[in-house]
Design a protein around this ligand. Structure first.
Ligand code: PEP
Ligand code: MN
Length: 321
């Protein structure tokens, strides 16, 4: 069949579907109006965010694609990705999940595998950790993002996560990047602490040129002579990456500083930098965390950060340039 005929045939399939969608939307609207009347009689408010969240979670749960459940990034909003450095227990994730949901944060870190500098340090709970992350995310209507350390883990992780995460140490693992380019889920790609922006953009292109254009960038600080921070947050990367790529850009305020006492300042900077969001590590009890204890925020500190971010009023995001 010629391309023109194939196109005509496919378009013919779309037209009746449009009519069905319209009919269903009208049916839904009629019922929603009835619900509104009943709620009015009962004296309750028309918009019930709890019910909206339940419906959304139920839909996301049964959704098998090709629509992804979507990381809501790159539009006009400023979104947070938060959660502990690593999944350590159900209770730990449950406490964080509840705190995130209460503040409207939709994306949780669900790290089962940790790339550690020392082989003797905690390496993560593995698949068990991913199961916990999924359970908690379903309970609170959150999206799970999790670091994939090796391409052999992709099929297993696909069962649990909504998006894949490539850590700084793997930014130039072209085999991994290409494999993720063949996935249908979004890929969050962190900048390596030693990579130029050009190298970083090439890494993103490995994913996109393999077919997956849902790439999210994350600036996480680069290595400099700074003694008082773990890395140095390269904030100029934000407007430059936005200018050069048009991909969503997130700022990691935890690994860039490596210390929680300046997290709020960096959060405010991220907010006004033109970034699409920030990433912060949150743990119910950071002092006993099995990794990155010094930089994780406790739940009170997380709430303060949220207050700070929300207090910065921006009609629209700052222009990237
Ligand atoms: C992380 O965000 O969990 C992490 C390990 O950071 P990075 O890859 O930037 O070192
Ligand atoms: Mn960490």
């Amino acid at each position: 069949m010629s391309s023109t005929n194939r196109l005509k045939e496919l378009r013919n399939q779309i037209d009746p579907i449009n009519l069905q969608i319209l009919e269903l939307l009208n049916k839904r609207a009629e019922i929603a109006l009835e619900i509104g009347k009943v709620l009015q009689e009962m004296g309750t408010r028309f918009y019930d965010p709890q019910r909206e969240a339940e419906m959304l979670t139920a839909l996301q749960y049964v959704n098998e694609g090709p629509f992804s459940n979507g990381l809501q990034l790159g539009n006009d909003s400023f979104e947070l990705i938060a959660g502990p450095c690593a999944v350590e227990s159900y209770e730990q994730m449950d406490q964080v999940g509840a705190a995130l949901a209460a503040r409207g944060v939709k994306m949780i870190r669900g790290m089962g595998y940790k790339p550690r500098t020392s082989p003797y340090d905690f390496q993560g709970m593995g698949e068990e950790g991913l199961k916990i992350a999924r359970q908690v995310a379903n309970k609170y209507g959150l999206v799970v993002i999790s670091e994939v350390l090796d391409l052999s883990l992709i099929p297993m992780m696909d069962e649990y996560v909504d998006a894949f995460w490539v850590g700084a140490r793997n930014m130039q693992n072209s085999f991994l990047l290409r494999a993720l380019g063949k996935q249908s889920k979004p890929v969050l790609l962190k900048r390596s602490f030693g990579a130029t922006l050009k190298e970083y953009i090439y890494a993103a292109e490995y994913i996109m040129s393999s077919g997956n254009h849902q790439v999210i960038l994350m600036e996480r600080g680069i290595r400099t002579f700074s003694e008082w921070t773990r890395n140095t947050l390269d904030i100029s990367a934000v407007p430059l990456l936005k200018q050069e790529t048009h991909l969503p850009v997130i700022v990691d305020i935890s690994h860039s500083a490596g210390r929680r006492d300046i997290a709020n300042s960096l959060g405010r900077v991220a907010r006004v930098s033109g970034a699409d969001g920030l990433m912060v590590e949150v743990h119910p009890n950071p002092d006993v965390a099995m990794s990155d204890a010094k930089q994780q925020l406790n739940l009170d500190q997380f709430n303060h950060l949220m207050d700070d971010i929300e207090s910065i009023s921006m009609g629209h995001k700052q222009p990237a340039v």
